[in-house]
Design a protein around this ligand. Structure first.
Ligand SMILES: [Zn+2]
Length: 217
C-alpha cells in the first residue's frame, strides 16, 4: 500500500492502478473467460479478519473459490426466522446454483470473534454497540461452556480450543441445511474443516473421524 497516500482509500486506488497495469494486462485471457461466467469448485467460509485472506493463503486466481467472510468464520444453522440470512443465501447460491463440490470452513488463530465468544464480554450490549457481535457469536455458547470450565477464559490454550471448536460447530451447522445433507449423502458435496495459524503460517486440516486438526504436510 502507498504509505504517502492521504487516506486509506487513496492507498487502495494506488493498488488498483498497479493491478490495472500488471495483472489485469497479464491475465487478459482469464478475465475474458471470467467475463462469461464463474464456475468455482470450492466455497470457502473464512473470518473477516484482515490477516487471513483465503485467496492469498490458497494462492488461487479470480474465479477459483467462492468466498464468504464474516466474524469468526461462522455458518449459522438452517433457520427460517425473520431477518436477512446472508450466509445462508451465499450457501444456497454456491451449492444449488454454482454446484460447488466442496465447502471449506477456515478458522484461524488469534480470532477476535472467538475470543469474544469465550469471554462473553459483549453479552448484553445494544445492537450497534457490540450487540450484533454478541448475538452472532452466541452461536458458540454451547461449545464455549465446557471450554471455559476446563481451561478458563483467558489463556491462549482456551482461545485456541474455542477457535477449533468454532470450525467444528460451523460444520455441524452446515449439516442442518437440507441441501447439504442431501448432497453430502449422495457424494456430491464434501465438507472440510481447516484452521490457519497466523503465528506460523501453517494450515491445519480437520480429521472428522478423530476430531483432531493436523498441519498440512
Ligand atoms: Zn477471526
Amino acid at each position: 500500500m502507498n504509505t504517502n497516500a492521504d487516506t486509506p482509500m487513496d492507498g487502495l486506488i494506488a493498488g488498483y492502478r498497479r493491478f490495472r497495469a500488471n495483472r489485469w494486462q497479464s491475465d487478459r485471457a482469464r478475465w475474458t473467460t471470467l467475463g462469461e461466467g464463474q464456475s468455482p469448485q470450492v466455497m470457502v467460509i473464512a473470518c473477516s479478519d484482515s490477516r487471513v485472506d483465503p485467496a492469498q493463503i490458497f494462492d488461487v486466481h479470480p474465479g477459483e473459490i467462492f468466498v464468504v467472510r464474516n466474524v469468526a468464520a461462522m455458518v449459522p444453522p438452517f433457520e427460517t426466522t425473520p431477518g436477512h440470512h446472508g450466509v445462508s443465501a451465499a450457501l444456497e447460491f454456491a451449492i444449488q446454483f454454482l454446484k460447488v463440490r466442496e465447502v471449506v470452513v477456515m478458522g484461524h488463530g488469534l480470532c477476535g470473534g472467538c475470543k469474544a465468544a469465550l469471554t462473553q464480554d459483549l453479552h448484553g450490549s445494544e445492537p450497534g454497540h457490540g450487540g450484533f457481535i454478541a448475538d452472532w457469536i452466541g452461536m458458540l455458547d454451547a461449545v464455549r461452556d465446557p471450554i471455559a470450565k476446563e481451561l478458563g477464559t483467558t489463556s491462549r490454550a482456551a482461545e485456541q480450543a474455542m477457535e477449533l471448536a468454532a470450525v467444528r460447530q460451523s460444520l455441524a451447522n452446515l449439516r442442518t441445511f437440507p441441501c447439504v445433507q442431501e448432497k453430502e449423502a449422495r457424494g456430491r458435496l464434501a465438507l472440510r474443516g481447516s484452521y490457519f495459524a497466523i503465528s506460523d503460517g501453517l494450515l491445519h486440516l480437520l480429521d472428522e473421524a478423530s476430531g483432531e486438526f493436523a498441519p498440512v504436510a
